[in-house]
Design a protein around this ligand. Structure first.
Ligand code: PRP
Ligand code: URA
Length: 216
Protein backbone atom coordinates (compact mmCIF):
# COMPACT_ATOMS: atom_id res chain seq x y z
CA UNK A 1 0.00 0.00 0.00
CA UNK A 2 2.29 2.83 -1.10
CA UNK A 3 1.37 6.18 0.39
CA UNK A 4 3.51 8.74 -1.39
CA UNK A 5 3.66 12.17 0.21
CA UNK A 6 5.45 14.49 -2.20
CA UNK A 7 8.71 16.06 -1.10
CA UNK A 8 9.01 18.24 -4.21
CA UNK A 9 10.04 21.84 -3.37
CA UNK A 10 7.70 23.32 -6.01
CA UNK A 11 4.75 21.51 -4.44
CA UNK A 12 5.73 22.61 -0.92
CA UNK A 13 6.01 26.25 -2.07
CA UNK A 14 2.67 26.19 -3.88
CA UNK A 15 0.96 24.39 -0.97
CA UNK A 16 1.83 27.29 1.33
CA UNK A 17 0.08 29.74 -1.01
CA UNK A 18 -2.87 27.37 -1.38
CA UNK A 19 -3.42 27.05 2.37
CA UNK A 20 -3.34 30.81 2.97
CA UNK A 21 -6.83 31.98 3.91
CA UNK A 22 -6.23 35.22 1.96
CA UNK A 23 -5.69 33.41 -1.36
CA UNK A 24 -8.55 34.39 -3.69
CA UNK A 25 -10.50 31.79 -5.75
CA UNK A 26 -8.74 32.66 -9.04
CA UNK A 27 -5.28 32.11 -7.56
CA UNK A 28 -6.58 29.10 -5.60
CA UNK A 29 -7.77 27.45 -8.84
CA UNK A 30 -4.42 28.15 -10.54
CA UNK A 31 -2.56 26.55 -7.64
CA UNK A 32 -4.82 23.47 -7.59
CA UNK A 33 -4.18 23.11 -11.32
CA UNK A 34 -0.38 23.45 -10.97
CA UNK A 35 -0.08 21.16 -7.94
CA UNK A 36 -2.24 18.56 -9.71
CA UNK A 37 0.09 18.51 -12.73
CA UNK A 38 3.11 17.97 -10.48
CA UNK A 39 1.34 15.21 -8.53
CA UNK A 40 0.21 13.49 -11.74
CA UNK A 41 3.82 13.56 -12.98
CA UNK A 42 4.80 11.59 -9.88
CA UNK A 43 1.74 9.29 -10.00
CA UNK A 44 2.35 8.26 -13.61
CA UNK A 45 6.05 7.40 -13.24
CA UNK A 46 5.32 3.66 -13.59
CA UNK A 47 3.11 3.72 -16.70
CA UNK A 48 3.85 1.02 -19.27
CA UNK A 49 5.82 1.82 -22.43
CA UNK A 50 6.62 0.01 -25.64
CA UNK A 51 9.55 0.72 -27.91
CA UNK A 52 8.78 2.28 -31.29
CA UNK A 53 10.91 3.73 -34.04
CA UNK A 54 10.78 7.42 -34.88
CA UNK A 55 12.52 9.21 -37.73
CA UNK A 56 14.14 12.50 -36.87
CA UNK A 57 15.25 14.92 -39.64
CA UNK A 58 18.68 13.22 -39.34
CA UNK A 59 18.19 9.53 -38.67
CA UNK A 60 15.93 6.82 -37.28
CA UNK A 61 15.85 6.81 -33.48
CA UNK A 62 14.47 4.65 -30.71
CA UNK A 63 11.27 6.06 -29.25
CA UNK A 64 8.56 5.06 -26.79
CA UNK A 65 4.78 4.96 -26.71
CA UNK A 66 2.47 4.61 -23.73
CA UNK A 67 0.72 1.25 -23.69
CA UNK A 68 -1.97 2.01 -21.12
CA UNK A 69 -5.02 4.20 -21.55
CA UNK A 70 -5.62 6.51 -18.62
CA UNK A 71 -8.95 7.48 -17.09
CA UNK A 72 -9.17 10.67 -15.03
CA UNK A 73 -11.92 10.31 -12.44
CA UNK A 74 -12.66 13.60 -10.65
CA UNK A 75 -14.93 13.41 -7.61
CA UNK A 76 -17.42 16.30 -7.95
CA UNK A 77 -17.19 19.06 -7.19
CA UNK A 78 -13.75 19.78 -5.84
CA UNK A 79 -11.96 17.23 -8.04
CA UNK A 80 -13.01 19.16 -11.16
CA UNK A 81 -10.26 21.73 -10.67
CA UNK A 82 -7.64 19.00 -10.89
CA UNK A 83 -8.70 17.78 -14.35
CA UNK A 84 -7.74 20.44 -16.89
CA UNK A 85 -4.02 20.71 -16.15
CA UNK A 86 -3.50 16.95 -16.01
CA UNK A 87 -5.57 16.49 -19.16
CA UNK A 88 -3.30 18.87 -21.05
CA UNK A 89 -0.36 16.61 -20.14
CA UNK A 90 -2.21 13.48 -21.34
CA UNK A 91 -4.80 14.64 -23.89
CA UNK A 92 -5.90 11.16 -24.90
CA UNK A 93 -7.04 10.35 -21.35
CA UNK A 94 -10.76 9.76 -20.83
CA UNK A 95 -12.58 11.69 -18.11
CA UNK A 96 -15.25 9.96 -16.01
CA UNK A 97 -17.13 11.97 -13.39
CA UNK A 98 -18.31 10.64 -10.04
CA UNK A 99 -20.70 12.84 -8.05
CA UNK A 100 -20.54 12.45 -4.27
CA UNK A 101 -21.25 14.80 -1.40
CA UNK A 102 -20.70 14.27 2.31
CA UNK A 103 -23.81 14.06 4.42
CA UNK A 104 -23.37 16.88 6.96
CA UNK A 105 -24.47 14.75 9.93
CA UNK A 106 -22.94 11.33 9.24
CA UNK A 107 -20.02 12.58 7.05
CA UNK A 108 -20.67 9.52 4.88
CA UNK A 109 -20.66 10.00 1.09
CA UNK A 110 -23.91 10.17 -0.84
CA UNK A 111 -23.71 9.30 -4.54
CA UNK A 112 -25.69 11.61 -6.83
CA UNK A 113 -24.04 11.07 -10.21
CA UNK A 114 -21.88 8.54 -11.96
CA UNK A 115 -21.78 7.72 -15.61
CA UNK A 116 -19.38 4.99 -16.63
CA UNK A 117 -19.53 2.82 -19.75
CA UNK A 118 -20.70 -0.77 -19.22
CA UNK A 119 -17.14 -2.12 -19.46
CA UNK A 120 -13.92 -0.32 -18.52
CA UNK A 121 -12.31 1.51 -21.43
CA UNK A 122 -9.09 2.42 -19.61
CA UNK A 123 -6.29 0.46 -17.94
CA UNK A 124 -5.30 2.97 -15.25
CA UNK A 125 -7.71 5.17 -13.28
CA UNK A 126 -6.49 8.29 -11.49
CA UNK A 127 -9.07 9.38 -8.91
CA UNK A 128 -8.80 13.15 -8.48
CA UNK A 129 -9.99 14.83 -5.28
CA UNK A 130 -8.07 17.53 -3.40
CA UNK A 131 -9.25 16.40 0.05
CA UNK A 132 -8.97 12.97 1.69
CA UNK A 133 -10.64 13.65 5.04
CA UNK A 134 -12.50 10.71 6.64
CA UNK A 135 -11.73 8.75 3.46
CA UNK A 136 -15.40 7.89 2.88
CA UNK A 137 -15.62 9.55 -0.55
CA UNK A 138 -12.38 7.98 -1.80
CA UNK A 139 -13.36 4.49 -0.60
CA UNK A 140 -16.81 4.81 -2.20
CA UNK A 141 -15.22 5.91 -5.50
CA UNK A 142 -12.80 2.98 -5.54
CA UNK A 143 -15.77 0.68 -4.77
CA UNK A 144 -17.63 2.10 -7.80
CA UNK A 145 -14.58 1.77 -10.08
CA UNK A 146 -13.83 -1.79 -8.96
CA UNK A 147 -17.46 -2.83 -9.49
CA UNK A 148 -17.08 -1.36 -12.98
CA UNK A 149 -14.05 -3.63 -13.51
CA UNK A 150 -11.16 -1.17 -13.14
CA UNK A 151 -7.93 -2.99 -12.35
CA UNK A 152 -5.26 -0.35 -11.63
CA UNK A 153 -6.44 2.56 -9.53
CA UNK A 154 -4.47 5.40 -7.98
CA UNK A 155 -5.74 8.18 -5.73
CA UNK A 156 -4.27 11.63 -6.42
CA UNK A 157 -5.07 14.26 -3.79
CA UNK A 158 -3.73 17.47 -2.34
CA UNK A 159 -4.22 17.19 1.44
CA UNK A 160 -5.01 14.11 3.51
CA UNK A 161 -5.84 13.53 7.15
CA UNK A 162 -4.15 10.49 8.73
CA UNK A 163 -7.66 9.10 9.35
CA UNK A 164 -8.46 9.19 5.61
CA UNK A 165 -5.18 7.61 4.57
CA UNK A 166 -5.74 4.79 7.07
CA UNK A 167 -9.33 4.15 5.95
CA UNK A 168 -8.49 4.10 2.24
CA UNK A 169 -5.39 1.96 2.76
CA UNK A 170 -7.32 -0.55 4.88
CA UNK A 171 -10.30 -0.79 2.52
CA UNK A 172 -8.20 -0.86 -0.68
CA UNK A 173 -4.56 -1.78 0.00
CA UNK A 174 -3.89 -2.11 -3.73
CA UNK A 175 -4.59 1.59 -4.41
CA UNK A 176 -1.54 3.88 -4.40
CA UNK A 177 -2.11 7.19 -2.63
CA UNK A 178 -0.27 10.22 -4.08
CA UNK A 179 -0.69 13.26 -1.89
CA UNK A 180 0.98 16.65 -1.55
CA UNK A 181 0.70 16.75 2.27
CA UNK A 182 -0.55 14.59 5.12
CA UNK A 183 -1.84 16.91 7.83
CA UNK A 184 -2.40 16.54 11.55
CA UNK A 185 -5.98 15.51 12.29
CA UNK A 186 -9.70 15.98 11.60
CA UNK A 187 -11.92 18.38 13.52
CA UNK A 188 -14.38 16.84 15.99
CA UNK A 189 -17.88 18.04 16.83
CA UNK A 190 -17.95 21.84 17.36
CA UNK A 191 -18.02 22.78 21.05
CA UNK A 192 -18.88 26.47 20.78
CA UNK A 193 -20.27 28.87 18.18
CA UNK A 194 -17.64 29.73 15.57
CA UNK A 195 -15.89 26.35 15.77
CA UNK A 196 -15.44 24.67 12.35
CA UNK A 197 -17.80 21.79 11.52
CA UNK A 198 -16.71 18.20 12.19
CA UNK A 199 -14.65 16.31 9.64
CA UNK A 200 -12.41 19.14 8.41
CA UNK A 201 -8.68 18.63 7.96
CA UNK A 202 -6.42 20.58 10.35
CA UNK A 203 -4.56 22.71 9.43
CA UNK A 204 -5.84 21.89 5.88
CA UNK A 205 -7.09 24.68 3.68
CA UNK A 206 -10.80 24.92 4.56
CA UNK A 207 -13.42 23.79 2.06
CA UNK A 208 -11.73 22.99 -1.25
CA UNK A 209 -14.98 23.15 -3.25
CA UNK A 210 -16.04 26.49 -1.81
CA UNK A 211 -12.59 28.03 -2.23
CA UNK A 212 -12.41 27.03 -5.92
CA UNK A 213 -15.92 27.97 -6.89
CA UNK A 214 -16.32 31.05 -4.67
CA UNK A 215 -19.27 29.55 -2.78
CA UNK A 216 -19.84 29.21 0.97
C1 PRP B 1 -15.18 17.18 -0.06
C2 PRP B 1 -13.93 16.77 -0.83
C3 PRP B 1 -14.05 15.26 -0.87
C4 PRP B 1 -14.71 14.97 0.45
C5 PRP B 1 -13.65 14.45 1.37
O1 PRP B 1 -16.29 17.15 -0.88
O2 PRP B 1 -13.84 17.33 -2.09
O3 PRP B 1 -14.81 14.77 -1.95
O4 PRP B 1 -15.24 16.19 0.96
O5 PRP B 1 -14.19 14.05 2.57
P1 PRP B 1 -14.20 12.55 3.06
O6 PRP B 1 -12.82 12.04 2.88
O7 PRP B 1 -14.58 12.71 4.52
O8 PRP B 1 -15.22 11.79 2.30
P2 PRP B 1 -17.73 17.69 -0.40
O9 PRP B 1 -18.56 16.57 0.11
O10 PRP B 1 -17.56 18.85 0.53
O11 PRP B 1 -18.41 18.11 -1.75
P3 PRP B 1 -18.01 19.26 -2.79
O12 PRP B 1 -16.72 18.86 -3.43
O13 PRP B 1 -19.16 19.21 -3.75
O14 PRP B 1 -17.92 20.58 -2.07
N1 URA C 1 -13.56 18.62 2.46
C1 URA C 1 -12.94 19.83 2.35
O1 URA C 1 -13.15 20.53 1.36
N2 URA C 1 -12.10 20.20 3.32
C2 URA C 1 -11.84 19.44 4.40
O2 URA C 1 -11.03 19.85 5.26
C3 URA C 1 -12.50 18.21 4.52
C4 URA C 1 -13.35 17.82 3.52
Amino acid sequence: MPVLESSHPLIKHKMTLLRDKNTEPKKFRELIREISILLAYEATADLGLKEVEVTTPLAPAKGYQLTEKIGLVPILRAGLGMVEGIWEMMPSAEVWHIGLYRDHKTLEPVEYYSKLPVHPTVQVCLILDPMLATGGSAVATVDILKKWGAKRIKFVGVIAAPEGVKRLAQAHPDVDIHIAAIDDHLTGEPEKPGDPPAGYIVPGLGDAGDRQFGTG
